[in-house]
Design a protein around this ligand. Structure first.
Ligand code: CMC
Length: 396
């Protein structure tokens, strides 16, 4: 072993530049292309934020209308994507459905590209692919929830924008404006977060000159884990376990004694609170009022204040979004797929950025396995001996 400093989990390691977003834990701020995420959530549609992430500027009215028109073209769940989802066992995690569906969309789109080298795509091709996935994901996610409930899929509505259509596809009825607004905000807040694990995964895959779909499939795999995207789902499991606010203290005593991680709290970058939480908590509050479910807010507030006062660890975005999605009517298993539908915008913005100034991502490791050893009776042939001699000479 040498004295090389190992940065486990790449904690604190800056690996590249990005112009997509800036996370500043000191000022508790998150900027997408320079705009504070809170301002975007309060004033923009998710489509406009997707445009911003891809192009670097908010769209004009004409540009937004164009994006919305293209998005409508790619909304439909094609029969083969539906069929492939139907092959995923009903008791598999829906993230497996989403990952599989995206893989098929990619394979079909890239069919005929001929060589692996062609699949990397030009900037225009990658933008078109990004819009295609952005448009296709709501029907995939909604279909997953409906099929688990034994319901037939519903068709998209051309008169509805992205967020309203997503809710329509999932529930087969038009959502109230306050619900559409809260959902739209959540999608914006989840859209992008610099070099998190799934985005970094997408960039690693892109750096090999693989294609955008492969990078997104890999990112979906990374997002599935409970230390990352899977946490919003885990928050609801915790809420179900606790039941009511009056159970928080004994539940937390036991959980902490068992050294359990309390899902929805803590963050690798933010140590004094996640910049997205106040906006999502406000959206949750509007939903609590809309659905008249004050006990949800009571449980939320009690667990937060107890945990923060005992551990000094603050909630992350998954803490308010889990109960918000639950109130809207999404199944707990659908929460992480919703995160995919939002984050695909950030992933693809990063994929395009990586492709535009690429360097293969290939870090080093410090070996700590057994010392060199040999197979009994092995006799190296001439070529191997010659290569070993050359290597020794070169090393001096
Ligand atoms: N519950 C209990 N203890 C915690 C928690 C938590 N949620 N988070 C951190 N800690 C403790 C941890 O046990 C450790 O204590 P000790 O030093 O005594 O061993 C200390 O705080 C440092 O934790 P860590 O896990 O080494 O720190 P990290 O920077 O690697 O962790 C994290 C970041 C998000 C993995 C962690 O906070 C965690 O596991 N949180 C729960 C899962 C979660 O909510 N994930 C969503 C992350 S935000 C959404 C996203 O971007 O995907």
């Amino acid at each position: 072993m040498t004295d090389t400093e190992i940065k486990k989990g790449l904690a604190g390691v800056v690996v590249d530049y990005t112009a997509v977003s800036k996370v500043n834990p000191e000022t508790n701020s998150l900027l997408y292309r320079g705009y504070p995420v809170q301002e975007l959530a309060a004033t923009q549609s998710f489509e406009a934020v997707a445009y911003l992430l891809w192009h670097g500027e908010l769209p004009t009215d004409v540009q937004l209308a164009q994006l919305r028109a293209t998005e409508r073209q790619y909304r439909a769940l094609s029969p083969d994507v539906r069929a492939v989802i139907d092959h995923v066992p009903l008791d598999a995690h829906p993230m497996d459905e989403v990952r599989t569906a995206v893989s098929l969309i990619g394979a079909k789109d890239l069919a005929g590209s001929g060589s692996v080298m062609d699949a990397g795509g030009t900037a225009d091709e990658n933008l078109a692919r990004s819009i295609r996935l952005f448009a296709a994901l709501p029907a995939i996610v909604a279909y997953g929830q409906r099929r688990r409930r034994g319901l037939e899929p519903v068709e998209s509505r051309d008169d509805l924008d992205y967020a309203a259509n997503f809710l329509w596809l999932t529930f087969g009825k038009e959502a109230d404006e306050v619900v559409v607004d809260a959902f739209n905000r959540s999608m914006i807040l989840y859209a992008e977060h610099s070099f998190n694990a799934s985005t970094f995964t997408a960039r690693v895959v892109t750096s090999t000159l693989s294609d955008l779909y492969s990078a997104v499939v890999a990112a979906i795999g990374a997002l599935k884990g409970p230390l990352h995207g899977g946490a919003n789902e885990a928050v609801l499991h915790i809420f179900d376990e606790i039941g009511t606010a009056s159970n928080v203290v004994p539940w937390l005593d036991t959980a902490l004694a068992e050294k359990r991680k309390i899902m929805g709290f803590g963050h690798r970058v933010y140590k004094r609170g996640d910049s997205r939480v106040p906006t999502m908590k406000a959206a949750l509050d509007t939903l609590v009022e809309h659905y008249d479910r004050p006990e949800v807010a009571e449980l939320y507030d009690t667990l937060e204040s107890e945990f923060v006062s005992r551990k000094g660890i603050y909630p992350n975005l998954d803490y308010p979004s889990g109960p918000a999605y639950n109130l809207i009517g999404f199944d707990t298993l659908t929460f992480t797929p919703l995160f995919v539908a939002a984050r695909v915008t950030g992933w693809t913005a990063h994929i395009m950025e990586q492709a535009s100034a690429n360097a293969l991502i290939r870090p080093l490791s410090e070996y700590n396995g057994p010392d060199e050893r040999h197979i009994d009776g092995y006799v190296p042939d001439e070529a191997v001996l010659a290569a070993a001699e050359r290597a020794e000479e070169a090393a001096g």
